[in-house]
Design a protein. Sequence first.
Length: 161
Amino acid sequence: MVISKITKDKFDLLIEGVSAKHLAMLHPTPIEPAEVRKPIGLSMFQVLEESSGNFIALKAMGKITAKDYDTLVPYLEMAIDREGPLCLFCDMSEFSGMEIAAMWCDLKFGIGHSRDFHRLAVVGGRKWMEWCVKLTAPLFKAEIICFGPGQAEEARTWLSN
C-alpha cells in the first residue's frame, strides 16, 4: 500500500495512536502532534511512542476482534512498504482475549507476510498464547520468542540485536 494512494479519511483513521515521530516516517507532509490520537481507530491496539524505523512496538488491550485488524493491517503494511522487514514488539500485558475471527485474521496476515518480519517479541502474555506461538512459529521465517511479564527490556534488547 502506497501512502499517496490513501484518501485523507482513510489516513486519518490509520494515524490514530501513532506517535508524531513515527507518523512523520509514514506521512509525506508534516502532521502536528495534536492530530495524533491514542488507539488506532477504534482498535484495541496502540502504537507505542518508541516505534521507530523498522522497530514497531504495539500494546494490545482488552479483547481483540477481527475489526481491530481492519486498522492494524494497513498500518503494518505501510511500515513494511516503507522499512522492509520489521522487528515487532507486542505488549500483551493488558490483553484479555481474542475472537476466533481475529485469530483467523492474525494467522492470515502472518502467513501472507511471513518474510516481512525479522523478529517478533510477545511480552506478558498468558500461557495459552505461548502455545499458540509455538504451534504457528514453523509457518514463519521470523524468530518469535515469548517473554514473561517484567521482561520487556530483555525483549527490546533481543529485538535490537
